[in-house]
Design a protein around this ligand. Structure first.
Ligand code: HMG
Ligand code: MG
Length: 298
């Protein structure tokens, strides 16, 4: 049987905006996140504390963190690559931090300028200090279903990097289809292979919708019992260090499917759609989700 309830982690303000070329004003980000905070979402990844030269779109992470109206029912999380990023995040009183690395050597190097082996000693103290500060820590593994530089990634590679992160103390792991290449059979195969190797109830799935397969991949994940999914409203997003990575799975399309299937999310689709239309109005493009296109057409 499929799960009756699913947790959606809204990553649009981070994964979405990091790949938009139009500069969104800090005040507009704050207004948008406040709007998202009133939709019933329980988790918002609001920004990242990375180098502003690498991701200039999110250089205002601190102002955003301090400007938003924090809803006590929501976990506000930020991405941090190292101790400097963690310091910034802790200064703003985030609820959770997310560390990230890749199952692919080349993507890891291009994204965070380190080999996979060099990354663990960087993340170890970050995870420790975050936990000492009373924060939960999420881990991301990228390129789980394929890498733009290396092609196929084996389940062994994914299990190896993921178990190292669990050993370092992460509370949850999000498996990223960074460039949206996963197909449903592959998701089925990978989840079957990793089931006995990783703490399965601490896994989340993070699909990008580059080839329109994200919802199909969600369905297979639901059949495996996964109940946490990352998504970005309107399908905003991508990864600037992975060529061809377009938007995330759209939160609005995901919610529509789940609600139609009688799976609860706690999110009000109408309010979420309004938040999507708001951020769309600040970009010079139409957002790709079906829900946004339906609501935008005259
Ligand atoms: P680096 O150049 O190797 O850093 O970059 P470094 O440690 O050698 O330091 C160089 C300079 O950067 C120093 O300044 C540091 O202080 C500064 P200087 O002394 O030269 O003046 N610095 C920082 N400044 C601000 N914030 C920081 C920070 N750290 C060092 N946190 C680094 C390494 C990791 C910093 C860089 O590569 C970086 O910022 N990368 C970010 C990449 C990124 O954000 N990618 C997108 C997110 S991942 C993703 O989208 C995938 C995901 O969605 C899942 C999926 O879809 O698969 C999560
Ligand atoms: Mg992503």
């Amino acid at each position: 049987a499929l799960p009756e309830q699913v947790t959606i982690k809204e990553v649009g303000p981070r994964d979405g905006l990091q790949n938009e070329s139009v500069e969104v004003l800090t005040a507009d980000k704050i207004a948008w996140i406040d709007q998202l905070s009133r939709t019933g979402l329980s988790y918002i990844e609001f920004s990242s504390f990375v180098h502003p030269k690498w991701i200039p779109q999110l250089k205002d992470a601190k102002q955003v963190a301090l400007g938003i109206d924090r809803n006590p029912d929501i976990t506000y999380a930020a991405l941090v690559p190292n101790q400097k990023g963690l310091e910034g995040a802790l200064e703003t009183g985030v609820d959770e931090v997310s560390v990230f690395m890749s199952a692919s050597e080349t993507h890891n190097k291009k994204n965070i300028n380190k080999s996979i082996e060099e990354t663990y000693p960087v993340l170890k103290p970050v995870i420790e200090e975050a936990k000492n500060a009373g924060k939960t820590v999420r881990g991301y593994v990228s390129t789980v279903f394929g890498c733009p530089y290396e092609g196929d990634i084996s389940a062994e590679q994914v299990i190896d990097v993921s178990s190292r992160l669990f050993d370092l103390g992460i509370d949850e792991l999000s498996l990223g289809d960074t460039i949206g290449v996963a197909n449903p059979l592959q998701v089925d195969r990978t989840l079957t292979e990793i089931r006995s190797q990783l703490p399965f109830d601490q896994l989340a799935m993070h699909f990008h919708n580059t080839r329109g397969m994200a919802l199909a991949n969600v369905l297979v994940s639901l059949e495996h019992g996964i109940t946490t999914f990352d998504a970005s409203v309107g399908g905003l997003g991508g990864c600037p260090y992975a060529k061809g990575a377009t938007g995330n799975l759209a939160t609005d399309d995901l919610i529509h499917m789940l609600h139609e299937m009688n799976i609860q999310t706690g999110v009000d689709l109408e309010k979420l759609t309004e938040a999507g239309l708001f951020i769309q109005s600040k970009l010079d493009k139409y957002l790709p989700s079906h829900q946004m296109q339906m609501c935008t057409k005259e």
